[in-house]
Write a protein that binds this ligand. Structure first.
Ligand code: FES
Length: 120
């Protein structure tokens, strides 16, 4: 299941409130736009992850992918990315996936925007 949400406006330093925590159920994706960046939120077990929404290979929508063994699999060519560091599976000519720190505070999921907009 994929949910798309507009970013909430609360902000604390670099952290932005993105959506209610209840909106992210186990292994579901939530799409959001934070400032000018399209991101994807996901849960794998007890952990919350955030990353750029589109695959660095050919821009497939990763919200249509799947999570398995701590990796996010692209729906188009099945490259995979580590949820912790965004490292791309071997053999692809693309950069790693950009990942962003995320946390649950109260009933809200917050994402650190400090790394957004950086080249890499
Ligand atoms: S578009 Fe994602 S692996 Fe090719």
């Amino acid at each position: 299941m994929v949910r798309c949400m507009s970013c909430m406006v609360s902000k604390h330093e670099n952290w932005v409130a993105v959506c209610p925590a209840a909106g992210l159920t186990a292994k579901a994706f939530v799409c959001a736009r934070v400032e000018t960046v399209d991101i994807l939120l996901m849960r794998d077990g007890d952990r919350i992850f955030a990353c750029e929404r589109f695959c660095p290979h050919e821009q497939a929508d990763l919200s249509q992918g799947r999570i398995s063994d701590g990796r996010l699999f692209c729906p188009r060519h099945l490259a995979s990315f580590g949820l912790l560091d965004g490292n791309m599976s071997a053999g692809w000519p693309s950069r790693d996936l950009r990942v962003y720190p995320a946390r649950i505070e109260g009933d809200t999921i917050w994402v650190d925007t400090a790394a957004m907009g950086r080249a890499g």
